[in-house]
Design a binder for this molecule. Sequence first.
Ligand SMILES: Cc1ncc(COP(=O)(O)O)c(C=O)c1O
Length: 397
Amino acid sequence: MKISQKAAALSPSLTLALTARAKAMKADGIDVVSFGAGEPDFDTPEFIKEAAIEDLHKGLTKYTAARGTPDLLAAVCETLKRDYAMEYEPSQIVVSAGGKHSLFNIFYVLVDDGDEVVIPAPYWLSYPEQVKAAGGECKFVDCGPDQGFKITPEQLRSAITPRTVAFVLNSPSNPTGAVYTKDELLALGAVLKEFPKVTIISDDLYYKLVYAPAEFHSLPALMPELRDRTIIVNGLSKAYSMTGWRIGWSAGPKAVMTAISNLQSHSTSNITSFVQRAASIALRSDHAFLTGWRETYDRRRNLLVDGLNALPGVTCAPPPLGAFYAFPDVSGTYGRNIQGIEVTDSMTFAQAALEKALVSVVPGVAFGEDRCVRLSYATSEEAISKGLGRLAELLKS
Ligand SMILES: Cc1ncc(COP(=O)(O)O)c(C=O)c1O
């Protein structure tokens, strides 16, 4: 059967085989410590779940407007006002099936065949595949640990060509946990002002998970002159521990949001009807639950970062300041034979960790940085200590 060139060009997940192996080992009763989670380990707060259960019982089980109910769109506008100090109208919002779906829609409506999208590396691994699916080409910019995993204004300027249609900014970042400061954003914004045809895609999925002294800042909030070409992507997956609910939203200029709404109306249409009021209740809540979560993540983060820095050949610097990932440079172990495994890159490091220490980490090559591996601290302190102990034993051997 014929498969389109666009679909055939998509890469299978590099990490799939390793993740599948870790899962199979766990299923066989092997005590694997997993640092692989890309989602919070807390339960969705009860008051949010109750709202969805109520609506299901009430029979709110039919189609809604494709872009979301008026109530949910209003709740997103209120969120933008409260957290970004920006005014948006419901006609500028589309609610989609997760931030991933929002991003897919955005690339689809922005990118024509051959257009370029500037993506700082390390990057969240779906960006390149989504750009390719839309017919575009990725212009990766290497932003290694030596520069705090952040793109510099000079790098951004030299990456933009006449074919560039968009620039992806993800702060706090998955996989690095890097958070751009206000001044860094202003400096990037100054470059972007020189290139009026470039749309800024600001992926803010982790904006509520930021640790002192870092603070979340939004480029279009800092530079109103960039608002008419910025699309904000956010959602409930990470901040509210609602990854399985599939609720994301995007906000931007009316014309592009209308195009996204049109696209979505012919693909998935509305997100599940009976989660929409629950989502608006979550967005309008006092977010009291987040204080405890953030403190817990912060403790785990310190535990993990200190433990990683104590491992031979491993450096976790600068420390992550947001999200729930550490992205240490493990290249100091490359060239070693660790218990029979030649460690030469992030894949073989992850393989040695899994096979020889029963610790599952995600190879950095999946995120465009082969010197590093990703460890999620959305897991208990007990598991973090146990995993670190095992890695210490492994790397001593
Ligand atoms: C940086 C980033 N953007 C977007 C997403 C998509 O989130 P969602 O689960 O809402 O689709 C993720 C999920 O891992 C992410 O890490």
